[in-house]
Ligand binder design. Sequence first.
Ligand SMILES: [Ca+2]
Ligand SMILES: [Ca+2]
Ligand SMILES: [Ca+2]
Length: 264
Amino acid sequence: MCIRDSVMGAISTPTPETPPVPTSTPDPDPVLSGEITLEVDATGNYFWVGVHAGDFNFDYEYIGVCEPGLTQTYGLDVPDGDWNVICVVYMDGIRFEGPPLNGDQAGNHGALYPAWPSGTTVTISGGAPVTADITVVQVFDNVSGTITMPQAQPGNEYAVFLDMDAFETDGGEMAYVTGICGLNNKIEYSFLAAVPGNYFIYAVVDNTGDGLYNDLNPPDGSGVDAGDYLGFYGGSGINPPAAPLAIDNSQTYVLDFDVAEVQP
Ligand SMILES: [Ca+2]
Ligand SMILES: [Ca+2]
Ligand SMILES: [Ca+2]
């Protein structure tokens, strides 16, 4: 799976792929261009501009390197249509695509984060150039919690997801965090829910040692195995709740839940 095909540019299950080197080549005569206004200087860090048709599946993107100062420019060719334009500035100096993480800067054209525009905000018609400026602000983790396991699994890998659906691996994952279980039966997690919406929050612990990627990508393997842990916020056992949870990205949430052992 190409991670950029997924939601928020890269929210997908963990992948062993080595990401490509950024290949941003400014278009000398772009159809869509604009200025990005930063909240804090990010000289030398990557920024990503993603264009989607309102579904958070990013069809077009631009990757640039921040120049000194608080104003950056982008430009790319986008076909006729109605679009949303999002920008993420990665503050770690390493990432160049994917969802904003704690401390990154993020924003969208047409509303100031944490507000999101309703519907699309850019219309391109007849290939005529359009300007779409974006103001980004620093964003921080707003969902955290404690996951309780049936027993400690020190050294085993876990993943916690914010997903539009319940444990599908082909899209809708708007945030995730992975880590290694410690010595007790608790997992403390946090991530940023940047986009308001209705979500399932769930965790997987790979107790069988075949890898999170294997567990989360059934086409690549067997999916979650008997002996692994799985659980949902608001769910029961390994089962999801009947309905997803409404998340307002301007609020903070503490979401504790349990995981249970997957049975044969
Ligand atoms: Ca999903
Ligand atoms: Ca497993
Ligand atoms: Ca597996």
